[in-house]
Write a protein that binds this ligand. Sequence first.
Ligand SMILES: Nc1ncnc2c1ncn2[C@@H]1O[C@H](COP(=O)(O)OP(=O)(O)OP(=O)(O)O)[C@@H](O)[C@H]1O
Ligand SMILES: [Mg+2]
Length: 261
Amino acid sequence: MAVAAERTETAEPILRLRGVGRRFGGLQAVDGVDLEIRPGERRALLGPNGAGKTTLFNLIAGEFPPTAGTIELFGEDVTETPARLRARLGMARTYQQSRVFVGLSVEDNIYLSVLGVQTGHVFPLRSAKRDAPLRAKARAAAAEVGLGGRLDSLVGELSHGERRQLAIGMARAAEPRLMMLDEPAAGLSRGERQILTELLLALPSDVTLLLIEHDMDVALRVAQWVTMMHDGRVVAEGTPAEIRANQTVHDLYLGSRYYDE
Ligand SMILES: Nc1ncnc2c1ncn2[C@@H]1O[C@H](COP(=O)(O)OP(=O)(O)OP(=O)(O)O)[C@@H](O)[C@H]1O
Ligand SMILES: [Mg+2]
């Protein structure tokens, strides 16, 4: 069984948040978050509903600016940098609600993702010569997420778990240095979660992973380091073992549907 690699303590962080906050009207959704992610690290972001996890992803991805603090990506201050340009620096994400083209095939979905990254727009390339390597890249990403045998299947024919694999394949197609996944295991069966966990553990070691996950089994198996949020703030950080033993984590999760011990 694959296990998460050791966390590297020495390398410079590829993502650094200092005092990051986001206010929506009267609501402080994210509040004074400091966070450092190192290359190759597998980090899980936990927290109950409304803790501010997705908002933090949106701030890192550049969907909207923070109302406080600074964000550095790959050593550059990107606090004011638009999402499209941050993606080009080497960041890809998936969404809590999957964004795939239901009427298209697996390969075409991933191909469009490759194209978007390569060219900044998603019109197919006219030159077959330039197109072939991009098609190959799409097929390789499909294989990497276990969909190599489903290239021609329409997304509408895929299971819930396979759609989630596809979303990860679309993010992988961009060959990002930082990949952020928003609740990839949500709503999956036990078997599907197992496949997903193995897939995440098998990602190349240079891919840095920031993973929002309610499923403690998945999160604590995949991550080497865990950040727990509540009411917009970071309330606990540590190794999976430390997080399992943490009283705050138990108070926030115990008795809830999320904790699967
Ligand atoms: N665009 C927005 N405008 C106003 N309020 C927002 C917006 N986005 C999020 N919020 C609010 O910010 C808080 C944090 O939401 P967020 O989606 O970040 O939580 P979460 O930790 O991802 O929760 P969940 O586990 O349910 O996905 C919530 O109270 C939410 O209603
Ligand atoms: Mg969320």
